[in-house]
Design a protein around this ligand. Structure first.
Ligand code: GTP
Ligand code: MG
Length: 197
C-alpha cells in the first residue's frame, strides 16, 4: 500500500467523541515506551505525525489519524505505566477498555510487544483480556534492532509458546524496527487486505 496522505485529526479521553465511525480503524496498543507512536510514524512515513518520547507515558489520549482519506490509525496510551497514581491508571484503563469494546469500526488491534524481553505477564494478561472481549488482534514485536536476530527469534518463540497455553490458534505476528525501517510493508499489506474485506 502506498501512503498518499496522513493527517492528525483529534485526541480524546472519551471514545464517544472520536471521529464518526464510518471508516475502517486500526489501533496500536502495548505497554508504555514499547514504540507505538514510532511505529505509527514509520507506517505513515512521517516522523512528526505521532509524538514519541524516550520517557514512558507520552501518549495519554486516544489519537486519531486519517490515512489516504480512507482509514483511521489510532495511537493509544501505554498500559502498565508505573509512574502515575492508581486513580490515573484506572481512568486510563477504563478509557482504553471502553474504546476497545465500544468502537464499532475497530477492525483490528495491533498489540506491540518489546522483542528485547522474555514473555511478560502484563502483555499475556492484556492479550487474554482481548480474547475475553472477543476483539481481533495481531502481535507486533518491536525494537528488533536492539538484539541479535537469534535473541529476537528466541523471545518471539517463547512468547508464542506462552500464548499456546491459553490459545488454540495463534494470531498473525510481525517483527519491526523503526531504526532499520523493517516490518512496514507486511503490516500495511495486512491492513490493505482487511480494508477490502
Ligand atoms: P508511550 O506513548 O509513552 O506509551 O510510548 P510509545 O509506545 O508510543 O513509544 P514511542 O514510540 O514514544 O517510543 C519510545 C522510545 O523507544 C523512543 O525513544 C523511540 O525512539 C524508541 N523506539 C521506538 N521504536 C524503536 C525501534 O524499533 N528501535 C529502537 N532502537 N528504538 C525504538
Ligand atoms: Mg506513544
Amino acid at each position: 500500500m502506498i501512503i498518499k496522505s496522513a493527517e492528525y485529526l483529534i485526541s480524546n479521553v472519551d471514545w464517544q467523541k472520536c471521529p464518526t465511525p464510518n471508516l475502517p480503524e486500526y489501533a496500536f496498543i502495548g505497554r508504555s515506551n514499547v514504540g507505538k507512536s514510532s511505529l505509527i510514524n514509520m507506517l505513515a512515513n512521517n516522523e512528526k505525525l505521532a509524538k514519541t518520547s524516550g520517557t514512558p507515558g507520552k501518549t495519554q489520549l486516544i489519537n486519531h489519524f486519517l490515512i489516504n482519506q480512507a482509514w483511521y490509525l489510532v495511537d493509544l496510551p501505554g498500559y502498565g505505566f508505573a509512574k502515575v497514581s492508581q486513580s490515573q491508571r484506572r481512568s486510563w484503563e477504563q478509557m482504553i477498555e471502553n474504546y476497545l469494546r465500544k468502537r464499532e469500526n475497530l477492525v483490528n488491534v495491533f498489540v506491540l510487544i518489546d522483542s528485547r524481553h522474555t514473555p511478560q505477564k502484563l502483555d499475556i494478561d492484556f492479550i487474554n483480556q482481548l480474547g475475553e472481549w472477543q476483539i481481533p488482534f495481531s502481535l507486533v514485536f518491536t525494537k528488533a534492532d536492539k538484539n541479535t536476530q537469534a535473541e529476537t527469534s528466541r523471545n518471539i518463540k517463547a512468547f508464542l509458546n506462552k500464548l499456546r497455553e491459553t490459545w488454540e490458534f495463534l494470531p498473525a505476528h510481525f517483527v519491526t524496527s523503526t531504526v532499520k525501517k523493517t516490518g512496514r510493508d507486511a503490516i500495511l499489506s495486512m491492513i490493505d487486505e482487511m480494508n477490502t474485506e
